[in-house]
Design a protein around this ligand. Structure first.
Ligand code: NOJ
Length: 530
């Protein structure tokens, strides 16, 4: 029987890396594509089935990759198109799939399209972006707020109009009502698919299309998400518009026209499972849409269970959830969920690797890297710089991968200053690799067990009653996951079977006869005796 072509993302664990921070092959302090290629053995050894790289395309680097200047070449800091092709070939040869990052909502204001568009009101590319006059009273075209604080409109002195910009002023929103923009992105998808790219992660997938009439957003109410309350408005007219689905149906046709079909994975920071589910269409839009509800949830039994249950109930038949504990935009889960407790961070890892759906790890999670504290001078993320000392910048989770405890951290040459400072190098891959009790061994063993036990990658999810503060769930018939998130030792009665993996590794293989005892922050996977 041939393997289902979607098995790699349906059954496997995937990995995200931030290319500037992964591995520097040429000693300039910035990670690059050759560095990624040189570390494919790590991913293969870890057991992940593929990786998503944050953008590799040329960027003006105001938003470090997410302000794209050209969609079909490679940023000079990261390498060349040939390096990208070699990376894809080498990864594919090892059975690792490569997912690239597509940023279709906006381009850099240095992109040639935008330079043309802004050059005059009648330039043929004028309509590729959203240009508007001020209102007759001189006020802004509408009340929309940028996701990065402040109005979403920037005045262009040359032509006297405002361009829409829902992130930094150096990022101009494309006009997705324009057919030429759509045609261009179809060409871009094919450009990379033709080079063997296995799929795309789509940046701000929920925002591409904006209300055609540019209606004002309504004020936020206390029922809205905290970010919307902070912005003072519900993003009703600049996100989750119904017409965005047409785009994904079309992209899905393109992705499915390849053999094997390519993966479409959305960045979908939405807070209602029903809205998240809409991005899967009727199984004819995105294959996977990232679940930010879990990502933003506290590590508490009831809260997380509810996210899982409501998400699974909302997804269309045959569609699968995708979970991450972190990414390049949010604090690392070892810090956020783990707090000061390494045991709790290990429990979070066990939880992530046993969820019903595709788990993603962010490079460094496998060794339970923590966020790095930075001084004001060390900040590179414009959000962090602008809002300092508020802890909203994204540099702490983007510091270089900690390959070893040696000078240069195995990331760059000794003595070279990395683009962001190193974190605590006592946490590193080299030291953990051969230690059976390390976080890295735990992660690797969990990935292997997930693949070995069909219940863990295919089985349904159901909550299992446990002591107060525990989160217990079954996957399929035989796998029981128990996590003691309370502050006290406890016992789960009427459980017999065998501990397959415990966060305290000395428990691996333990026979359970009628009960399971767990310390606070301890977690286990049990193969139940039925
Ligand atoms: C989401 C990306 O993950 C983030 O890093 C970026 O700043 C915004 N989209 C804008 O592209």
């Amino acid at each position: 029987m041939t393997e289902d072509p979607s098995a790699w993302w349906r059954n496997g664990v995937l990995y995200q890396l931030y290319p500037r921070s992964f591995a520097d092959s040429n000693g300039d302090g910035v990670g690059d594509l050759v560095g990624i290629t040189q570390h494919l053995d790590h991913m293969q050894w870890l057991g992940v089935r593929g990786f998503w790289s944050s953008p590799i395309t040329p960027s003006a680097n105001f938003d470090w990759g997410y302000d794209v200047k050209d969609y079909t070449s490679v940023d000079a800091d990261l390498g060349t198109l040939e390096d990208a092709e070699s990376m894809i070939t080498a990864a594919t040869a090892r059975g690792l799939k490569v997912i690239l990052d597509l940023v279709p909502n906006h381009t850099s204001t240095e992109h040639p399209w935008f330079l043309e568009s802004r050059s005059s009101r009648d330039n043929p590319k004028r309509d590729w972006y959203v240009w508007e006059d001020a209102k007759p009273d001189g006020s802004l075209p509408n009340n929309w707020q940028s996701s990065f604080i402040g109005p979403a409109w920037r005045l262009d002195e040359l032509t006297g109009q405002y361009y829409m910009s829902n992130f930094l002023r150096q990022q101009a929103d494309l006009n997705w009502w324009n057919q030429e923009v759509r045609d261009e992105f179809e060409r871009i998808l094919r450009f990379w698919f033709d080079r063997g790219v296995a799929g795309f992660r789509i940046d701000v997938a929920h925002m591409l299309i904006k209300d055609r009439e540019l209606r004002d957003n309504p004020p936020a109410t206390e029922d809205d998400q905290l970010v919307e309350q902070l912005r003072g408005q519900r993003q009703q007219y600049n996100s989750n518009r119904p017409e965005v689905h047409e785009i994904y149906r079309r992209w899905r046709e393109i992705a499915d026209s390849y053999d094997p079909p390519r993966l479409l994975l959305g960045e979908t920071p939405v807070w209602k499972p029903s809205i998240l589910a809409s991005y899967y269409g009727e199984g004819d839009e995105l294959d996977l849409a990232f679940n930010f509800i879990l990502l933003e949830s506290p590590f508490e039994a009831d809260a997380m269970h509810q996210v899982i249950e409501t998400t699974l109930a909302a997804l269309p038949r045959g569609c699968q959830a995708v979970w991450a504990g972190g990414n390049h935009d949010v604090p690392r889960f070892a810090t956020r969920w783990g707090g000061n407790s390494p045991a709790r961070a290990r429990a979070a890892m066990l939880m992530l690797m046993t969820l019903p759906g595709t788990p993603f790890l962010f490079a460094g999670d496998e060794i339970l890297m923590q966020d790095t504290a930075l001084t004001q001078e060390q900040l590179r993320d414009p959000l962090g710089v602008k809002l300092y000392p508020m802890p909203v910048g994204r540099d702490p989770e983007r510091t270089p991968m900690q390959w070893s405890g040696e000078p240069g951290a195995g990331f760059t040459e000794p003595g070279v200053e990395p683009w962001l400072p190193f974190g605590d190098l006592s946490v590193n891959v080299a030291d953990q690799r051969d230690d059976p009790h390390s976080a890295l061994s735990l992660t690797r063993d969990l990935i292997a067990l997930r693949s070995e036990l069909p219940d863990l990658h295919l089985g349904g999810y159901s909550r299992f009653d446990g002591p107060e503060g525990w989160w217990c769930y079954r996957r399929g018939e035989q796998a029981l996951i128990a996590i003691n998130l309370s502050e006290v030792h406890g016992v789960l009665e009427a459980v017999s079977g065998q501990v397959r993996i415990g966060t305290q590794r000395s428990r691996d293989g333990e026979a359970l006869v009628g009960k399971l005892a767990l310390e606070p922050d301890e977690a286990v996977i049990v193969r139940l005796e039925l």
